[in-house]
Structures are given as structure tokens and as C-alpha cells.
Write a protein that binds this ligand. Structure first.
Ligand SMILES: Cc1cc2nc3c(=O)[nH]c(=O)nc-3n(C[C@H](O)[C@H](O)[C@H](O)COP(=O)(O)OP(=O)(O)OC[C@H]3O[C@@H](n4cnc5c(N)ncnc54)[C@H](O)[C@@H]3O)c2cc1C
Length: 354
């Protein structure tokens, strides 16, 4: 596999890791992929036959084509275009795990291709960083049971969150420093791979050394790598105690970077989320609710709601924009409704006082 950095004489498992993006966030990456050479032509052909190419000249038309691919999995779509099982396992599964926390057999072609099309056409990354909304488990708790008589609300219960476990490991050296063993053992200066990394050979498909990739927040003087590993699917790890999870992840880190043998873990953290992103499987898109609901004064926002982006911060932003546009459009109706409600309330109060 070609890497974005020089390979080294140290014992780095260079067939096991790929650098996919030049930016650090899988949700806002340039889709710059270092293809495994054996499948380069087939991958290129499959993508050339996809709506991603149309997106370059006709983004709206491409998104319409992509929406029609919601009923099949990315694997089925990719193989129908001549892609191979080997490239799914070695390359696309880690990408799917990073984007949707599920593999290519379970993620919809719509979800994966939407992202590729947006990467191909959008030059700006995330436009807005923070948006508070409700998540899938939250909205299920908020909706009054009687509203479930309407398909619109009942459909939300068909969306299910994926469990995910995030593990952070701080080392007393630089785990991903491949060129110079001595540099990997000193603590005066950060060293190693400053990028988001993917691998098909560990339970964490997507990981990064945050001390390098995000030094302002995570580099600590006198300390080494802070590996963040996202375990997807998280199901098998959910019942395990934290020390067992840490032990397993550390073992897999060592298998990927044998030259880190002897480095010690000085700090660790495990965060388990039982229901994170909703499972963007084939056929699930129709169940995502619009921001405008059948209840006139009840609007939804959140990345699980209908918008042309995956469940991500970007998606949350888009959903918020769509929700605010609907609320503005409904302005007069909402004022009228408020007046009616206020009148009904004061009549009820007057009635109660009699
Ligand atoms: C481990 C992990 C890594 C991720 N990495 C990235 C990444 O690198 N880039 C990216 O773009 N996306 C990433 N995502 C996805 C991203 O975090 C979500 O898509 C995004 O946060 C969704 O935003 P949101 O505002 O829709 O919902 P959330 O950020 O989930 O916010 C929902 C809020 O609603 C609150 N809430 C729930 N129920 C109720 C209730 N009944 N009443 C009131 N409040 C309630 C919750 O407490 C929460 O604060 C990641 C997700 C996970 C789990």
C-alpha cells in the first residue's frame, strides 16, 4: 500500500494502515485515498461509474441519483460496478466504520456515496461547529405516545443507534514515529504520523495521535502520544470492563506498530456510548423525519433528521438551518396559533376562577 509518508526500516506494518485524508476529520475529509495498488483500477472504475463523477458537473442531479441508492448496501453497489471483496475488506470497510460506525455490507450505498459526492464538490469543510439538538434516543423519549399514531413520528422508532467505544491511550513515547527509533523514545518534541489513520486490521478502524494531530488541545510537555481509537462496531466491547478494553486495544496498537514495543501507557480513558449515530443501513433513509412535523408548532433538528449529509456535525448544522428556515416560513401561523392558545388559556383560567 502506498502511504503519504516514507516507509521505514523500522518494524511498521505498512500493509495495515492507510492514510485517507489530508485533513483530520473523516466527516470533513478530502477524499484523497492511497489505493492499494492491486485494486487501483477496479476501485477507480467503480467510482468513475458512480454518481460521484456526475456530482462534479451536476451536484443536484447526482444527489437525486444517490438518494435512489438507499435500498442497497454499499457492498452490493460496489460489487455491481466491478469492485472486489478484497477492496471492501481492506479499504472501504474502515472508511464505512469511520463514517457510519458500521461496515459496507450494512451501510447504505446512499450514505457512502453522499459523502463522496459532497467531498468531490464542496470546497469548504464544516461551516458551523456547534449546534444543540436532540439525538435519536432523546427524541424517542420526548415524543408523546399518542403522536406515534402518525407514521411521521412512528418512523423515528425504526432508527436505531450504533454502540461505539472511544479509547484514549497516553504513552511515554511516540507510537507512530517510524523513521527514527531514538526520536520515538524522547519526550522533548512530538514525532510521528500527523494524520487520521485507518486500518482494516484492528477493532478500531479509525484512529489518530491527538498529541500530533491536535497539539493545541492534547500535546503535553514531557509526555508522548495520545492515541484516540474509535472501536466500531462497539457491541462486543460494551460489556467488557475498562481495563480489559484498554488491554485489548493496547495489544492491537502494538501489532500495528511493533516498533512501539517497550513504550508504556501512562494514562487511559474509555467512553462507551450505547446509542450513538443511527445505523444508516439500506432502506433506512425514508424513516428520517423532516424538520417540519405534522404538529404545527413542533420542529425537529438534529443530524438524524432528513438532510443531505450523514449523521455528523455537518449534518447537524444543515438540519438546524433547515429547521430555522421552516420556523421563519411558519412565522405568521405560529403567531396566530400563540394568540389562540393564549386566549384559550385565559378563558380556562377565567372558568376556573368562577
Ligand atoms: C465517538 C464519536 C465520534 C464522532 N466524531 C465525529 C467527527 O469527528 N466529526 C463529525 O462531524 N461528527 C462526528 N461524530 C458525529 C457527531 O458527533 C454527531 O453527528 C453530532 O454531534 C450530532 O449533533 P446533534 O446536534 O444532532 O446531536 P448531539 O450532538 O447528539 O446532541 C444532542 C443533545 O441532545 C441532548 N438530549 C438528548 N435527549 C434529550 C431530551 N430528551 N431533552 C433534552 N435534551 C436531550 C443530548 O444530551 C445531547 O446533548 C461522532 C460521534 C461519535 C459518537
Amino acid at each position: 500500500m502506498q502511504l503519504g509518508c516514507a516507509t521505514s526500516s523500522l518494524t511498521f506494518s505498512h500493509e495495515k494502515i492507510m492514510i485517507i485524508s489530508l485533513k483530520r476529520d473523516p466527516w470533513e475529509s478530502d477524499i484523497t485515498i492511497f489505493f492499494p495498488t492491486y485494486d487501483k483500477a477496479r476501485n477507480a472504475l467503480a467510482l468513475a461509474l458512480s454518481p460521484v463523477v456526475r456530482a462534479l458537473v451536476d451536484p443536484d442531479g447526482a444527489l437525486r441519483d444517490i438518494r435512489d441508492l438507499d435500498s442497497i448496501s454499499f457492498s452490493d453497489w460496489f460489487m455491481s460496478k466491478g469492485g472486489t471483496r478484497a477492496s471492501i475488506q481492506r479499504m472501504w470497510d474502515p472508511v464505512a466504520y469511520a463514517l457510519g460506525f458500521i461496515d459496507c455490507d450494512n451501510i447504505s450505498a446512499r450514505c457512502m456515496l453522499t459523502i463522496f459526492a459532497l467531498f468531490a464538490t464542496k470546497t469548504e469543510a464544516s461551516l458551523l461547529r456547534m449546534l444543540k439538538a436532540c439525538d435519536v434516543p432523546g427524541i424517542k423519549r420526548l415524543v408523546p405516545p399518542q403522536w406515534r399514531e402518525l407514521d411521521f413520528f412512528d418512523n423515528i422508532y425504526k432508527l436505531v443507534g450504533v454502540p461505539v467505544v472511544t479509547v484514549q491511550l497516553r504513552y511515554n513515547g511516540w507510537v507512530t514515529e517510524l523513521k527514527d527509533l531514538e526520536r520515538s523514545r524522547q519526550l522533548r518534541q512530538a514525532a510521528g504520523l500527523d494524520n487520521l489513520l485507518y486500518t482494516p486490521d484492528a477493532d478500531f478502524s479509525c484512529f489518530a495521535d491527538l498529541a500530533l494531530a491536535s497539539p493545541e488541545d492534547y500535546y503535553l510537555e514531557g509526555q508522548g502520544s495520545l492515541l484516540q481509537c474509535v472501536l466500531t462496531p462497539g457491541d462486543p466491547y460494551m460489556p467488557l470492563p475498562n481495563d480489559e478494553i484498554i488491554k485489548r486495544v493496547a495489544k492491537q496498537v502494538l501489532a500495528l506498530f511493533p516498533s512501539s514495543q517497550g513504550l508504556e501507557i501512562t494514562w487511559s480513558s474509555v467512553v462507551k456510548i450505547g446509542q450513538s449515530l443511527y445505523r444508516e443501513g439500506p432502506g433506512k433513509d425514508p424513516f428520517r423525519p423532516d424538520q417540519k412535523t405534522p404538529v404545527k408548532n413542533f420542529f425537529l433538528a438534529g443530524s438524524y433528521t432528513k438532510q443531505d449529509y450523514i449523521d455528523s456535525m455537518e449534518g447537524a448544522t444543515l438540519s438546524g438551518r433547515q429547521a430555522s428556515a421552516y420556523i421563519c416560513d411558519a412565522g405568521e401561523d405560529l403567531v396566530t396559533l400563540r394568540k389562540k392558545l393564549a386566549a384559550a388559556e385565559s378563558m380556562a383560567l377565567a372558568g376556573a376562577a368562577l
